[in-house]
Design a binder for this molecule. Structure first.
Ligand SMILES: Cc1ncc(COP(=O)(O)O)c(C=O)c1O
Length: 367
């Protein structure tokens, strides 16, 4: 007789674990880690100072309502702090949304090359992920709408999307929202919004502020340089935010993150410096890599998706191994349905220059 063992709920063991970007090159050598879209500028100096101050208060529970941080976010983005919920990374907010709105028998839609946390969150609560194909590695609103059924509870949309770097003009987001049933929650994941410089782009602040079924998620992990602290937030209708507050851990964000986040979001010059660095390098990296004969998907974020030739010795896994030998770590994106591409984060001047040079050698066949 087989022993009785604790068994996860149906579907949990069908979840493919999230595999983060590698942290090290071959033999532990890491010259440049460009695998997780972290900022080369690091966090604001005021955020680091606030983090250090938190060391004097570690025996105390954090402020479970995150009121100072919500006020700081509200001031920086012009939002009502009462309609903000903070979490341990925007990953936690995405899971809270799935927990509150998705259950067994429900469906939730994400796009073909969408962020892999969506299907994990959907399946975690017993839901079924439904994949909407993309067109030219870009969200296709009609493909999403064509997959809405009476079981659809949530649509997850990363705008800009990771790992493609493409974006949906906001008129298209509005068209999607207008055609969704009012009881379907539209999640606008704007993790890279601060980087985007396009007149037809909006992160979703106004829509999440006015519609009853739109929530926007944001992160401190990317442009604010606080990925190690795990901090993100969501903004949306009072009813949705109230639901998320009810199920979050009572102290889900630690004091160091609360203090550092509030300081980071108030440091506008630091953010602008990061945008300027990206604005300088994003077109340059795209241009240089294209000149090497690689195909680069036009990106509006702080990373580029690089497509490799379908030729022996020249494919993405070959390039990855070649770069790792030099201590340069990019992101394999096979799990995103892009086996012959690598994603490169825009890094420091040295990181970008050396990565371009290494890829030039790789394409030339240099040892
Ligand atoms: C599109 C997108 N959403 C959300 C996240 C999660 O960020 P975090 O949990 O660090 O806030 C990421 C991180 O890679 C992302 O690319």
């Amino acid at each position: 007789m087989s022993p009785r063992l604790p068994t996860p709920r149906p579907g949990i063991l069908d979840i493919a674990p999230y595999v983060p970007g590698k942290a090290h090159g071959t033999a532990g050598r890491t010259a440049h880690k460009l695998s997780s879209n972290e900022t080369p500028l690091g966090p604001s100096a005021t955020a680091i100072a606030a983090y250090r101050d938190a060391a004097d208060k570690l025996e105390l529970y954090p402020d479970g309502s995150a009121s100072a941080l919500r006020a700081a976010i509200g001031a920086a983005y012009g939002l009502n702090p009462d309609r903000i919920v903070c979490g341990a990374g925007s990953d936690e907010i995405l899971h809270l949304v799935a927990n509150a709105y998705i259950g067994p028998g429900d469906e939730a839609i994400h796009t073909e090359h969408g962020f892999l946390v969506y299907p994990i969150a959907i399946r975690s609560f017993g839901g079924t992920p439904v994949v909407a194909p993309e067109t030219n590695l870009t969200t296709d609103v009609d493909a999403i709408l064509g997959r809405v059924t009476d079981r659809t509870r949530v649509v997850f949309l990363a705008n800009p999307n990771n790992p493609t770097g493409t974006y949906l003009p906001f008129r298209e987001v509005r068209r999607l929202h207008a055609a969704l049933p009012p009881d379907v929650l539209l999640v606008l994941d704007a993790a890279y919004a601060e980087y985007v410089r396009r007149n037809d782009y909006e992160s979703g602040i106004e829509l999440a502020g006015s519609a009853d079924n739109v929530v926007m998620t944001r992160t401190f992990s990317k442009i604010y340089g606080l990925a190690g602290l795990r901090l993100g937030w969501g903004y949306g209708p009072a009813r949705v935010i109230d639901a998320l507050h009810r199920i979050r851990g009572p102290f889900n964000v630690g004091t160091p993150a609360l203090l550092a986040g509030a300081a980071a979001v108030a440091d506008r010059p630091h953010l602008e410096m990061a945008v300027a660095h990206n604005e300088m390098w994003l077109p340059k990296v795209t241009y240089e890599l294209t000149n090497l004969g690689l195909t680069v998907t036009p990106s509006v974020a702080n990373f580029v998706l690089i497509h490799f030739p379908d030729a022996a010795g020249k494919r993405a896994p070959d390039a990855d191994a070649y770069l790792l030998d030099r201590g340069i770590v990019l992101r394999r994106v096979g799990a995103y349905g892009l086996p012959n591409a690598l994603r490169m984060t825009i890094g420091s001047d040295a990181a970008n220059t050396e990565t371009i040079a290494a890829l030039r050698d790789f394409m030339k066949g240099a040892p």
